[in-house]
Write a protein of this length. Structure first.
Length: 364
């Protein structure tokens, strides 16, 4: 069976255009919702959101590829690139580089893609100036060494430079294609680059970055999108859907999946905006009524909501662990938070759990 890059009309991807107009409408509707909420935030809140989304995106994109980075180190790197105050932390080249890559993409979103830019982007993953294209073949295999199963075979190394140039030409030309929905352009950019697989490592992270660049260019400003974080939640389906494109140029199924990921990622970003607004309103209303322990716990609960909530609810022992309060103080603090209408209490005795009562938001 031929690999897709072996077809005579390779890179002439086919898809049912009528399937994606509704995604275009959803995409721009969500853009409007995000901007409306974002503009109502203070400058400090906007900066907090920007850091959180860039950080979540950096961590998730690395995690998809099986690389675990320290969150505080990547956050320090991003803050440094933004010129913001940060606690100096020792960083691995990957942690420092990932922060630099996120800010590089943010600053250069509207620039054309070039071979040099792609080499610089890949180099940043390891905190280098740039990386060369691979000079060997790449196979993704599993099974016995003497009888492996090949899941993916990248195109020959001698074709890489030529194909990357073609990719850059397509990417830059499609920027002004008003008939190509944003989610389609992003999905093709991701898939096209992954199939070429020009580097020894880091191709997945660069391809997801290019997808976000494609979306940003359609908006004429950087999009704060939790795309990799969303893909990480659907990692198995992500790889399965990618694999289905290995031997065909009909990519409708891939584009439908990727469009769904983009819409879900937008909803996640909107949710994070609303979280910050809701937290600010809560503290504005109850600032004088809360002690430092209670404030610390509430902030922790809101941070947890960004990841789906405090698993199983907050227990009294959780409160003690977070605030270092005595058991008696924890009981008084939690009782007051319930009386103020900030927390909702469920269960009794050892099964008692607390949830943010004021928090009435959802992803949709």
């Amino acid at each position: 069976m031929q690999w897709c890059w072996e077809f005579d009309d390779w890179a002439n991807f086919k898809y049912d255009k009528d399937l994606f107009w509704s995604y275009r409408d959803k995409f721009f509707k969500n853009v409007g919702l995000f901007i409306g909420s974002f503009d109502s935030m203070s400058v400090q809140e906007q900066s907090e959101l920007k850091i959180n989304i860039l950080l979540d995106e950096a961590m998730a994109s690395s995690q998809i590829e099986g690389e675990i980075l320290r969150r505080d180190s990547v956050q320090s790197s991003i803050c440094k690139e933004l010129g913001m105050a940060h606690k100096p932390i020792s960083q691995s080249p990957q942690e420092r580089g990932m922060g630099r890559l996120m800010m590089y993409l943010y600053a250069t979103f509207n620039e054309d893609v070039s071979v040099k830019m792609l080499k610089q982007m890949n180099g940043l993953l390891w905190n280098k100036e740039e990386n060369a294209f691979r000079n060997t073949g790449i196979n993704v295999v599993s099974g016995r060494i003497d009888n492996p199963s090949i899941h993916f075979k990248a195109l020959p190394a001698e074709r890489v430079e030529r194909e990357v140039n073609k990719f850059c030409n397509w990417f830059n030309a499609s920027k002004n294609d008003m008939l190509m929905p944003p989610t389609v352009r992003a999905g093709i950019a991701h898939l096209y680059f992954v199939i070429i697989h020009p580097f020894k490592d880091g191709n997945g992270r660069i391809s997801r970055s290019l997808a976000e660049k494609a979306l940003s260019q359609k908006l004429s400003h950087p999009c704060l999108l939790a795309l990799s974080e969303t893909i990480e939640k659907h990692r198995k389906e992500y790889y399965q859907t990618l694999a289905k494109t290995n031997h065909t140029l009909d990519i409708s199924e891939w584009l439908l999946f990727f469009s769904d990921m983009i819409i879900e990622a937008q909803e996640s970003s909107i949710f994070k905006v609303k979280l910050i607004i809701e937290e600010a309103k809560l503290f504005q209303q109850f600032e004088k009524d809360l002690n430092d322990r209670q404030k610390k716990c509430i902030r922790r609960l809101f941070r947890a909501e960004r990841k789906g909530g405090f698993v199983g609810g907050l227990s009294a022992s959780n409160y003690v662990s977070i605030t270092k309060a005595s058991s008696a103080s924890a009981t008084r603090d939690l009782t007051q938070l319930v009386q103020l209408g900030i927390l909702n209490r469920q269960g009794n005795n050892k099964t008692t759990r607390y949830f943010l009562k004021k928090f009435e938001l959802s992803y949709t």
